[in-house]
Ligand binder design. Structure first.
Ligand code: NG1
Ligand code: ZN
Length: 529
């Protein structure tokens, strides 16, 4: 077939380095940008096949998120804007590593019974890395080699590209598949929400944003005029001087538990950090003693779910709110959500695709990883009930207000994936409506002291886990040892799991004091060998 001849011809321009093995994991493909050209071309081919297979537009985002500037990577986006289906992740790994490209390609076509005369459409986006332009061109080459149509969105955040894919495949029902459409939808909803905030002072409208010297900074600038001064953003680490993700960004702040470099913090003021592709966000402030306070994904999930639960009650809607977390969620947050807020809490395996999947079972579900990656999902039935109520002329003012707030909440959220910009607007709206300061938000519950450690082992795959990674089933006896160590401490919890993105094992421990959490993490890490 002519298509395969073209693939063969083009693939010579994108040779695979000998001996290199890549793995399409939780974070897609990710490694040093020098080794990725062939993989990008091949993922262009795969996205085209996936598009033919689903008869829908597929997305390809070129980014390595919070990794250093020297790295790059890619994530594939399925028709509803969600991460690509797990069965195809396996094809991605096979294709990236194939020595005989055409054989693997034909194999996938046969297995999935793909009609090669079906039209294919692929949306491509990239982050600000210096390697991204060249690598996204390799993706576009892959798409055209198989006769697919592509649309190059250029520089966009990861969640913006997810949004475009969903808009395109739902024929505008979700919004317009343009950047302008994205900003208009989110910002109009934000402005409507903040109209419900009484006595909002100019000071409360101020927010400092650390753009991680990446794409998020560029896009915040682009969005500013749509906000009509209802949110006044002071942007730092905007890429004009510093290096991408270097001593800044959400991952740095969360892992180091300290402010990013690039600015001076004023006590009591609100700050947030995006990561390198703007799909994660964390908030923080310093108190009058100069002590740093982090509000991570767990605090964000608590704020959002509380707000939604209260509104649903006011609206008289019988819809269940759930929160989906991972094993890394601070025990205090889980305790507060279950016992004080009385919301359903579920624990999913690490990696947003698992959280997203678990969240789809509920009417309204807030999902967040502690590191700040998360969003809110509304079931179709829940959206319908909310919209019907908002339009019902026979309801009282309180119900009407709650229904309209819920409707605007749906519009401010990017339901396809965690989105720093959308999450930020929703958080800012909640704080404004509740008249809540960042300190008051922080005081809702106190985090249990905790420690995370990385342990290098000979074979991390020897550790197998169950119960959403909270218990190890192999190697034999390891869990019993962890249990006996945990029993020595108060309010303690600990677990061990192999990382899906690094060649290490992660140990997590929490306890009533920092000393105990540190000691427990240390003792458990010794038991991992
Ligand atoms: P691994 O390396 O599997 O722990 C890390 C993060 C995840 C997620 C993925 C993908 C932690 C403990 N783990 O996974 O939350 O963000 O990377 O980027 O933060
Ligand atoms: Zn990211």
């Amino acid at each position: 077939m002519a298509q395969f001849q073209e693939v063969e011809k083009q693939s010579i321009m994108h040779p695979k380095p000998p001996g290199l093995t890549l793995h399409y994991g939780t974070a897609g493909l990710r490694t040093n940008a020098k080794h990725l050209d062939h993989a990008m071309f091949r993922m262009g081919l795969l996205a085209t096949l996936r598009s033919k297979n689903t008869k829908a537009t597929i997305g390809v985002m070129v980014t390595a998120s919070h990794n250093p500037e020297e790295d790059n990577g890619l994530k594939l986006i399925d028709p509803m804007g969600e991460m690509m289906a797990p069965a195809w992740e396996h094809y991605a790994t096979q294709l990236a590593n194939a020595d005989d490209l055409l054989t693997v390609l034909k194999d996938i076509i046969e297995k999935e019974a793909i009609n090669m005369s079906q039209e294919a459409n692929v949306f491509v986006g990239k982050d600000t890395r210096s390697s991204s332009a060249r690598l996204s061109q390799a993706v576009l080459d892959g798409v055209s080699a198989l006769d697919g149509h592509s649309k190059d969105y250029g520089l966009v955040t990861t969640p913006q590209l997810h949004y475009m894919v969903r808009c395109q495949n739902t024929k505008g029902k979700y919004g317009e598949a343009t950047l302008d459409g994205y900003y208009s939808k989110l910002c109009q909803a934000f402005i409507q929400l903040t109209k419900n905030a009484s006595n909002r002072t100019d000071d409360q409208k101020l927010l400092s944003v650390d753009g991680a010297n990446g794409i998020g900074a560029l896009k915040v600038r682009e969005m500013e005029s749509h906000l009509k001064k209802e949110l006044q953003i002071s942007l730092f680490n905007d890429g004009s001087q510093g290096k991408l993700n270097y001593q800044c960004g959400a991952d740095f702040v969360k892992v180091q538990q300290k402010p990013p470099t690039g600015f001076k913090m004023n006590p009591g003021e609100r700050y947030c950090s995006f990561d390198g592709d703007a799909d994660r966000i964390v908030y923080y402030y310093t108190d009058s003693e100069g002590q740093f306070h982090l509000l991570d994904g767990d605090k964000i999930a608590t704020l959002m779910s509380t707000f939604l639960k209260e509104l649903l009650e006011q609206a008289g809607l019988n819809l269940k709110v759930a929160v989906v977390q991972t094993a890394y969620a601070n025990g205090s947050s889980t305790h507060y959500l279950e016992n004080t807020m009385k919301v359903i809490v579920r624990c999913a395996k690490t990696g947003v695709k698992h959280l997203h999947h678990a969240a789809q079972e509920f009417d309204v579900a807030v999902y967040f990883e502690s590191n700040g990656h998360g969003t809110v999902l509304f079931s179709e039935a829940a959206e319908e009930k909310i919209c019907q109520l908002a339009e019902d002329p026979n309801i009282n003012d309180e119900k009407k207000r709650a229904a309209l707030l819920l409707q605007n909440t749906i519009n401010v959220i990017n339901q396809t994936v965690g989105d720093a910009i959308s999450d930020m607007l929703f958080i800012e709206a909640i704080l404004a409506i509740k008249g809540m300061s960042v300190q008051q938000w922080d005081a809702v519950y106190a985090d249990l002291p905790n420690r995370q450690l990385k342990v290098k082992v000979a074979d991390r795959r020897a550790i197998d886990t169950t119960d959403a990674e909270r218990r190890a089933v192999s190697p034999p006896g390891m869990q019993d040892t962890v249990d006996s160590l945990v029993n020595k401490y108060k309010q303690a919890r600990s677990f061990v799991r192999p990382s899906g993105t690094e060649d290490i094992v992660r140990v997590y421990a929490e306890a009533d004091t920092q000393e105990s959490a540190d000691a427990l993490a240390h003792e458990v890490s010794l038991a991992v060998y």
